[in-house]
Design a protein around this ligand. Structure first.
Ligand code: M6R
Length: 603
């Protein structure tokens, strides 16, 4: 995965390109580069490192022009070096391209090009693209035809942008990787994602697979791969550009943790009326034909899916959760009564898209629970439920997890009513409690003592997180967040499993965070005592009413008492803060942890 961008205007493009690249860094940040046309040729500047490094190099160059493309990289083929940074050029420097995705047949293409005399300067799969186009230009094709014809040779997933020296346009296409056009007043834009150019324009055109777009300073036109005109609507996005900036916080992650009361309100707004759930695209009866539900997702979204599974199973709906990369390779049986729910913040995670495709091809009904309108998951699934969390820039998912779970509570209400003929009285109580969730999260954030506790055991034997029921996925999520941004060892366990093996690791150096929801107090208390007997400190995260747990634990992170099915969402906010403050203490790269990227568009 990588971020690509372009700016096509009559005035200089460099500043806008650098802003867009900065906004795309969540997609990868191990090297960056730009290429601009300035009337006297194409100037390429690229380097290993983040966009800031590129910017400082550019400060000493006269490197501007009205049409440019840019790239920020997360390496797949070849290590992060200056040579492997994009953009890449053909032999003559006349064609320049940036690419997100993987060209699967690049070896064969490269060998063919080399046999015809082309010389390569990088290890990347991308470099075949400008060479293929260059050959076609030399054979007399015009740039648009040459681009389309070269793309026809590629197998794999890609979003590509390309320029040809002396030709005032950018050519782009996609297949399995996101790409969106920004329609501006002074210039037009292209990027992997809307926040890249949101401060310049909110008018966007979402491209579909195999669309080829030609963008000039004044216009854009779209065709299919054979050159037939294609029409795509210009849509207006309602995200505020300031939402995508840090707003006074040291890190996006902290800002996004603090945004949760607002994002949760957005998720819930207008969706609960009296005792009923009102989901615009899912009126009562929508799921009458569903007999089982499968969640597929990765990482944090997988934990949200597990939470959803727990809620549905508890209400009598047959539900399971699958890791998307496993499901894609080893799919579970489905039929036309199976609803497969892809939980994906970005809507672009390749593993999840592939798993959804496999389910769809085998006859299942698919539904995306996603944050991004216009994302591939939203467009390719039969239905989509938007979590409305707003843009999330920090690589570590925070506010989107809460909004995913809240969305699954809402969707679960519709499902349980349609599948089992509910609602039960308990469903109605939970819906009532969901309305108060934003205020409860606000209280957790305002009163959290996580900063004081988080640093106490850093550098020790590891951090463990345990819970039962719906607290189990949150234990996994707490551990994921902790390891992801602190680089310390952390693991999540079902509390009852500790004694079946992991207890061997527990010493005075392994703090254990125990999440109490009030549903299994005595059993959890026993687990806590088993841990303390081995000398480990236990930190309880629970409502004050859970005295079995809070009186036993060594430290206590309180959360407001609410419906037990929702308590774990509040506990998760405390765990986000624990991870954040620990990572801050350790001076980690919190918003861009090493080796990771926000949107994982490779399998
Ligand atoms: O965009 P998605 O929700 O599909 O992303 C899936 C995972 O890559 C993601 O949840 C990842 O685990 C988190 N960024 C970790 O904080």
């Amino acid at each position: 995965m990588c971020g690509i961008t372009a700016r096509i205007g009559d005035d200089d493009s460099l500043d806008d390109l650098l802003v867009s690249l900065k906004n795309l860094e969540y997609r990868g940040y191990d090297s960056a580069g730009i290429a601009v046309q300035n009337g006297a040729g194409i100037e390429v500047s690229k380097c290993e490192g983040e966009v800031a490094e590129l910017k400082s190099q550019l400060a000493t160059n006269d490197h501007d022009g009205p049409i440019g493309i840019g790239h920020t990289r997360w390496s797949t083929h070849g290590p992060p070096t200056d040579e492997n940074a994009h953009p890449h050029t053909g032999c003559k420097g006349r064609v320049v391209a940036v690419h997100n995705g993987i060209i699967e047949n690049y070896n064969a293409l490269r060998e063919g090009l080399q046999a015809r005399g082309h010389e390569f300067t990088s290890d990347t799969d991308t470099e075949v693209i400008p060479h293929l186009v260059e050959e076609r230009l030399e054979a007399g094709m015009d740039p648009e035809v040459a681009f389309r014809d070269a793309v026809g040779e590629l197998d794999g997933s890609y979003a590509i942008a390309m320029m040809v020296d002396g030709d005032p346009a950018v050519y782009a296409t996609r297949n399995g990787s996101p790409l969106v056009v920004g329609v501006g007043e002074e210039a037009n834009y292209l990027a992997s994602d809307v926040p890249a150019f949101l401060e310049f324009t909110d008018r966007v055109v979402y491209l579909e697979d195999d669309d080829v777009v030609v963008i000039t300073p004044e216009d854009h036109h779209i065709t299919d791969l054979t050159g037939n005109a294609v029409s795509r609507p210009v849509e207006t996005v309602d995200w505020d550009p300031e939402d995508a900036e840090k707003g006074g916080y040291d890190h996006y992650m902290l800002k996004e943790i603090h945004e949760q009361p607002v994002s949760l309100r957005q998720t819930i707004r207008g969706r609960i009326e009296g005792e009923d759930v009102v989901l615009e695209d899912f009126p009562p009866g929508t799921f009458n034909d569903v007999s089982r539900v499968q969640f597929i997702a990765c990482g944090t979204s997988y934990h949200a899916g597990m939470y959803g599974e727990w809620l549905l199973s508890k209400w009598g709906v047959d539900a399971n959760t699958f890791i998307a990369s496993e499901y894609a390779a080893y799919p579970a049986p489905v039929d036309e009564e199976t609803l497969v729910i892809g939980v994906t913040q970005s809507g672009e995670t390749a593993d999840t898209l592939e798993a959804l495709k496999s389910a769809r091809e085998r006859g299942a009904r698919t539904l995306a629970v996603t944050n991004v309108i216009g994302s591939t998951a939203a467009r390719t699934c039969d239905d989509a439920l938007f979590i409305r969390a707003g843009p999330e820039i920090g690589v570590a998912a925070t506010k989107t997890f809460s909004s995913q779970v809240a969305s699954l509570v809402l969707l679960g209400e519709r499902l349980v009513r349609d599948v089992t003929g509910g609602p039960t009285e308990e469903c109605q109580q939970r819906l009532e409690s969901l309305k108060s969730l934003p205020e409860h999260v606000e209280r957790v954030i305002e009163n959290s003592n996580a900063a004081a506790i988080s640093h106490q055991w850093l550098g020790g034997g590891g951090h463990f997180f345990i819970g039962r029921g719906n607290a189990y996925p949150v234990a996994l999520e707490g551990a994921l967040k902790f390891k992801e941004i602190t680089y310390e060892h952390a693991e999540g366990f079902a509390a009852g499993e500790l004694k079946h093996g992991p207890l061997a690791l527990v010493t005075a150096d392994t703090p254990v965070f125990a999440i109490g929801t009030g549903q299994h107090p005595k059993r959890l208390e026993s687990n806590v005592r088993e841990i303390q007997t081995r000398g480990a400190p236990v930190i309880a995260i629970a409502p004050r009413t859970e005295t079995d747990l809070t009186d036993t634990a060594d430290e206590f992170l309180p959360v407001p008492a609410t419906h037990p099915d929702l308590v774990a969402i509040l506990a998760n906010v405390q765990l986000q803060l624990i991870a954040y403050h620990a990572a801050d203490e350790m001076e980690r790269s919190i918003d861009k942890p090493r080796n990771l990227a926000k949107s994982v568009t490779v399998e």
